[in-house]
Design a protein around this ligand. Structure first.
Ligand SMILES: [Ca+2]
Ligand SMILES: [Ca+2]
Ligand SMILES: [Ca+2]
Ligand SMILES: [Ca+2]
Length: 512
């Protein structure tokens, strides 16, 4: 069966399907009233007609038409998305347009995002002037391939570019929310043309620590947590997993005749990796797709991590891996953990080998700008500043570095870095057997007498801490028998944030 992408109900309805019902009702009531778009001054430049001359129609979306146009002064060809102000009936439609412009501006300069030149308006239209991509849609190229599928090497080139877009979005506190082949165009018709994300109509900013509650996107690519109304940046990576699956085998991983049926598949079933051509696809490719199509978003690879995966990395070595928001997030979290959890993570980190840490090595190298093998306060400051929404919240870098810097030399070495940035949930989810072995090995480092429990004496010995150690132990001691079992130790490692009763300072613990 060949590929047949049809628009889904979600894609056909207005950009915010969850609000569609209410919007229709309000539209009734607003009949006869001037559309909100007509009454809005967007604050954009007003001289579009003087600057550009519109050419042929290239395509149309839900609200606007895209034309080729020529810059009257330079003769440069551009693409112009013209949106009818009359169609922006409600304030939400105006907000959608403003947001899209804001997003294009935020992503300006990224090699895989269509370049934004400027936005204009007149009485009737808003004009978004962008780079012209003449290489056609990714979807058409897929369909033109033999059996509608890509070679692994070609697929990796495509996937890498999509992941770069996702990672860049996420650093800006943005979620794309509609990653699908239709939203990517090739710059030129050349075989090796770069791919550009062109449509951010469903993209949205997300505040740190918050989740989206609405269901948006296209049915084939929608992540399970979106359907559960609790989604964030991870959902983009899922969609790229779906696209990768399609590129490699020419079929959709989750399929049914009805939309509800597809959703059920997405929520419940694992994609098939047995049917042809999967037996002939490399284990690395399979491993990659599987780690993107993990249902638990916490255990899914992040976009930056996926770029570090062997299957997708350029020529075996990683060039320009973007910073991983989850790594920066983990570092900010680490400072909040109890000392015991910090020590437990260090012990766990020390059980991993370099292969298992290759993505964290890439991240470490990305932060260690001067490549001297350690991260300085200044380097960490610069890295954390790239996580835009958090930068605004003030990251308190010194506090973070003091928590991570276990040997107190003022610098973060790779070992210290790993302890603070390890993705415990991925370890648990991707390979349960390995997780059991590694967490046992970490536990054994504390349990010196090997009786299966960590006592306060053993904890004191391990940490070299003086004074009462009981409060440390207490928070992990679920059954309150005064010692820590392997099970309790594992829970301590897995729990995102333990009780806030214990606030740690660089030199000891303090009860709050
Ligand atoms: Ca350095
Ligand atoms: Ca150090
Ligand atoms: Ca013991
Ligand atoms: Ca216990």
């Amino acid at each position: 069966m060949g590929l047949c992408f049809s628009s889904t109900a979600a894609a056909d309805s207005p950009p915010r399907p969850a609000a569609a019902g209410g919007a229709a009702g309000k539209r009734e009531r607003s009949r006869g009233i001037v559309a909100c778009g007509k009454r809005t001054d967007f604050g954009y430049d007003k001289d579009f007609e003087a600057r550009y001359s519109l050419g042929k129609l290239l395509g149309h979306g839900q609200f606007g038409y895209t034309y080729a146009a020529v810059d009257r002064a330079s003769g440069d060809r551009v693409a112009v998305k013209r949106i009818d102000k009359n169609k922006m009936v409600l304030p939400v439609a105006v907000e959608d347009v403003k947001r899209e412009v804001k997003i294009l501006k935020a992503l300006q300069g990224h090699e895989n995002v269509v370049h934004f030149y400027n936005a204009f308006e007149d009485d009737n239209y808003v004009y978004i002037v962008m780079e012209l991509c003449e290489g056609g849609e990714l979807l058409d190229r897929i369909l033109a391939k033999k059996d509608s599928r890509y070679s692994e090497k070609d697929a990796a080139v495509i996937v890498r570019q999509m992941l770069k877009v996702a990672a860049e979005c996420h650093l800006h506190g943005l979620v794309h929310r509609d990653m699908k082949p239709e939203n990517f165009l090739f710059k030129s018709t050349k075989e090796d043309s770069p791919l550009k994300a062109t449509d951010f109509g469903l993209s949205d900013f997300i505040r740190p620590g918050k989740q989206f509650r609405d269901i948006v996107g296209s049915a084939y690519y929608v992540a399970p947590e979106v359907l559960k109304r609790k989604s964030g940046p991870e959902s983009d990576v899922w969609s790229i997993g779906v696209i990768t699956y399609i590129l490699l085998c020419g079929r959709r991983p989750f399929w049914d005749k009805t939309e509800d049926g597809i959703f059920k598949e997405v929520l419940k079933n694992k994609p098939d990796f047995r049917r042809k051509p999967w037996p002939n696809i490399t284990p690395a490719a399979k491993d990659f797709v599987q780690k993107l199509l993990v249902k638990d978003p916490r255990a899914r690879l992040t976009a930056a991590q996926a770029l570090s995966h062997d299957w997708v990395r350029e020529g075996g070595k990683a060039s320009e891996i973007p910073l991983d928001i989850s790594v920066l997030h983990n570092m900010r979290q680490f400072v909040k953990y109890s000392r015991f959890k910090q020590f437990a993570l260090r012990a766990l980190a020390s059980t991993l080998n370099s292969e298992e840490l290759s993505d964290l090595r890439d991240q470490f190298n990305a932060i260690d700008v001067d490549k001297n093998g350690t991260i300085s306060l200044e380097e960490l400051k610069q890295a954390l500043a790239k996580d835009v929404p958090w930068r605004l919240k003030g990251p308190r870098v010194l506090e973070i570095i003091e928590a991570i810097d276990s040997n107190t030399d003022g610098l973060v070495d790779f070992e210290e870095f790993v302890a603070a940035t390890l993705h415990v949930h991925q370890l648990v989810e991707h390979d349960t057997e390995k997780w059991k072995l590694l967490s046992q090995a970490a536990f054994d480092k504390f349990d010196v007498d090997g009786d299966g429990y960590i006592t306060s004496d053993e904890l004191r010995m391990h940490t070299g801490m003086k004074g009462s150690i009981d409060p440390l132990l207490e928070e992990a001691d679920i059954d309150k028998d005064g010692k820590i079992s392997l099970d309790e130790f594992r829970r301590l490692l897995k729990t995102a944030s333990m009780s806030a009763r214990i606030v740690q300072t660089p030199r000891g613990i303090r009860m709050s």
